[in-house]
Design a protein around this ligand. Structure first.
Ligand code: G6P
Ligand code: MG
Length: 220
């Protein structure tokens, strides 16, 4: 079989490039604390890649009572305020291992770089990490109507890059994200646990373990 070289890389943000998944979870935990219930550790994985309101619905499964729509809106807003405070001090040191080197190599090799993030905070996070300029296109929750596992966000990023989905390699740490990449007709690299990301075509524990030459043609 001849080797397929990909023309674009499309990244999820939280938990793939940015060490921010823990801040989402901390913010949810503080909401649960205030409401008088506790969250099991499994919620950390369950809210990965899931948009804000859907994440809140997962969190409230542990509350032991139902909440009105108005209460939910208020809690989602509070969670975001706390998350925004937690990420206020982000610097390039909060990039996950291997992210900077991979983005730099892709840029040198002229590979399209896209973002597909469910977070409405994606832009300030990219800027704080000092990697905003690396991205040729950004698809975040502000521009799409169907959340992951729907493929829309990855297809929007591919469209923005002008690359066909079959030529795109997607990177995700969330189950819903891997499903979205596959549904978009792309090849999926799971970043994290092989047990959780079963549907991925390749799995790496973090981006330092990614085999660049297997997927991208190096110019120099
Ligand atoms: C990412 C995270 C999720 C989070 C979602 C929305 O996908 O993995 O845990 O709920 O973004 O983030 P936001 O910043 O818009 O609340
Ligand atoms: Mg993620």
């Amino acid at each position: 079989m001849t080797q397929q070289y990909f023309k674009a890389a499309i990244f999820d943000l939280d938990g793939v490039i940015a060490d921010t998944a823990r801040f989402h979870f901390l913010a949810w935990q503080s909401i649960a604390d205030d409401e008088g219930f506790s969250l099991p550790a499994v919620v950390d994985d369950r809210v990965k890649g899931v948009d804000r309101m859907a994440s809140l619905n997962i969190v409230l499964e542990y509350a032991g009572r139902t909440y009105s729509d108005a209460e939910k809106e208020a809690l989602a807003a509070q969670k975001n305020e706390r998350y925004v405070k937690l990420i206020a001090g982000l610097t390039p040191a909060d990039l996950l291992p291997g992210a900077q080197l991979l983005l730099d190599r892709l840029r040198v090799d002229g590979i399209g770089i896209g973002l597909a993030s469910a977070s409405r905070n994606a832009l300030p996070v990219l800027k704080a990490l000092g990697i905003f300029e690396h991205f040729n296109t950004i698809a975040d929750a502000n521009y799409i109507s169907h959340p992951k596992p729907h493929p829309e966000i990855f297809l929007t990023a591919a469209d923005g890059l002008g690359v066909s989905p079959a030529d795109c390699l997607g990177f995700e740490d969330a189950e819903a994200g891997i499903t979205a990449i596959k549904a978009a007709g792309m090849t999926a690299v799971g970043v994290g646990s092989a047990e959780l990301l079963r549907e991925a075509d390749d799995i790496v524990s973090d981006l330092t373990a990614f085999d660049y030459d297997r997927y991208f043609r190096t110019l120099i």
